[in-house]
Write a protein that binds this ligand. Sequence first.
Ligand code: SD4
Length: 302
Amino acid sequence: EADPVAIVSTWDFGKAANAAALARLNAGGTVLDAVEAGARVPEADPTNHSVGYGGYPDRDGHVTLDAILMDEDGRVGAVAALEDVVHAISVARLVMEKTPHTLLVGEGATRFALQQGMQRTKLLTPEAEKAWREWLRTARYRPVANSENLPGPPGSALNHDTIGILARSRDGHLAGACTTSGMAFKLRGRVGDSPQAGSGLFVERGVGGATSTGVGEEVTRIAGTARVVASMRAGLSPQAACEEAVRHIARLRGDAIKGMQVGFLALGQDGSVGAFALLPGFTYAVTRHSGAAEVLPAKSLF
Ligand code: SD4
């Protein structure tokens, strides 16, 4: 194909992230550099309540971040329940590059980030704090599907959301990243699917990559992105593989997932793209090597 897909990512705000990722690729960066640069865009945006700075806190008022990045060589770095540092994805990268480990959590992750020279930053913005205090008045933990796309007033969006981003260079190298502040008003200590390899993100050489968004517990339960990539390895298209995983969740969980959103996004080794969700409303951004970009609605099961 003359103008193959370079970057895909979850939700409408993925478009700006894709542009930053493509710019990094075009400047000579690797696919890992590209997905890191892309993930940093929503992380630094205080108007995005789902990722990084400006994210909604847990029930106790702490903003805690989960992030992972992975490439086709099986290089993985991740952090979970990270506090006081804006760019969780860059801490994940340092875990990958500077330690023998794949995942650091909580206080140890924060300490590692600060030791690596990252700046301590208060992540709870006045707007997010106000939404949290409003939530405390009723304290009903009820995730709202697709709230990442809702522009409404503070507190109207009870989900946090997440960017998952996948890159494919012109010569076919693959990497992905996923970063989030997790579900809004989650229990302290809760970790979602996003920072877990095989749940929020998976990449395999010669096959492709996949990432997920939505209610993380439903993804973790089936090791969602490992499943999507396994289906692609077995010959399914990225689209068919995403559909298979969503159908599996629905079969497995029945009424328990009523009203919950889960979305998968996949990128094949050949640059083909697939996306599918439980509910309508999941969107994703596709950017080609020329820079041509579009935001598309994913099909859904219900
Ligand atoms: C989580 N999957 O922490 C993330 C949140 C998300 O759309 O993607 N919401 O469960």
